[in-house]
Write a protein that binds this ligand. Structure first.
Ligand SMILES: [Zn+2]
Ligand SMILES: [Zn+2]
Length: 287
């Protein structure tokens, strides 16, 4: 059985939807897709970026996202319409009673804006809060790795990303650390060759150990999932994982899940009672 997709976007995310997403929006279409593929549960974790703007070039982002880049070259994400979002969740629960539909957010850089975020939104209303590190400091500003690769050396970007992971754990506003390999997504293959995780193994392990010691789960982001991530997570003491496709279109829902679930079983992780539960592993017996 497929486990819940715990990282899904709909038209309530600022980089999703738009004019081509259809009149009914992608949330309804994504629920229809879940029924079609036999996915029992999903969590709509919309982007939640608070009072932040970051440096960006329009050439780096798809139109749905680049429409939010201003003339000064900053991406200014619009706020999440929390009430509209919860209304759509309620409507989908009514339309799809056989599907478990949970609420959530993908909270960007929680360590920088947690206080302000809590003033704006009662985070306890959401079933799941994923924490994401999307931007890194560059002088007085911040920017995404995809932008930084155009200005910095590839190793510099990767090192800066992994260095900031432990700092994000100062916030207790989130329970799952998403796509810890986010900076790998846009690794400049033409300039730097194929990404070799072993070159950054030490830094990855330090970051993974910090997440594990904080008691959080690590997301298995199935956009790209290689065995080194669950292997190092397990070896650094990780006890829980979630599975997320990071779908921004309905057809991407639960992409790669059968393979990912199989891989995590190999590393000793097992599903919980409900499909939306985190997968956990028993600690190795003491010798
Ligand atoms: Zn993300
Ligand atoms: Zn996402």
């Amino acid at each position: 059985m497929l486990t819940a997709d715990s990282h899904v976007h709909s038209e309530w995310s600022w980089d999703t939807g738009g004019p081509d997403s259809g009149a009914r929006g992608t949330m309804v279409a994504t629920c229809e897709q879940a029924l079609r593929i036999g996915l029992p549960a999903l969590i709509f974790t919309e982007h939640f970026d608070v009072e932040e703007a970051w440096r960006a070039g329009t050439e780096e982002f798809p139109p749905a996202a680049s429409q939010h880049i201003n003339e000064a070259g900053y991406l200014v994400p619009p706020p999440l319409d929390v009430e509209g979002y919860f209304g759509a969740i309620a409507e989908c629960r009514r339309l799809f009673p056989d599907l478990t539909i949970l609420s959530g957010v993908e909270f960007g850089q929680p360590h920088l804006v947690e206080h302000r975020a809590r003033q704006l939104v009662d985070l306890s209303r959401f079933d799941r809060v994923n924490g994401s590190l999307h931007t890194l400091r560059v002088g007085p500003d911040r920017a995404e790795p995809i932008t930084l690769y155009r200005h910095w050396g590839p190793d510099e970007v990767m090192d800066a990303y992994l260095d900031e992971v432990p700092a994000m754990l100062a916030s207790d506003a989130f329970e799952v650390f998403t796509h810890l390999d986010y900076a790998v997504r846009h690794w400049p293959v033409e300039q730097a060759g194929r990404f070799d995780p072993r070159r950054f193994e030490g830094q990855f392990r330090v970051a993974l150990r910090a997440v594990a010691e904080s008691g959080r789960a690590l997301e298995m982001n199935t956009r790209r999932l290689s065995s080194w991530l669950p292997q190092w997570w397990t070896e650094e003491g990780g006890q829980a994982v979630s599975f997320g496709s990071d779908a921004h279109v309905p057809t991407a829902l639960a992409g790669g899940f059968p393979e990912a679930q199989h891989m995590l079983e190999h590393f000793g992780f097992r599903p919980g009672r409900r499909p939306e539960d985190l997968w956990t592993r028993r600690p190795a017996p003491r010798r």
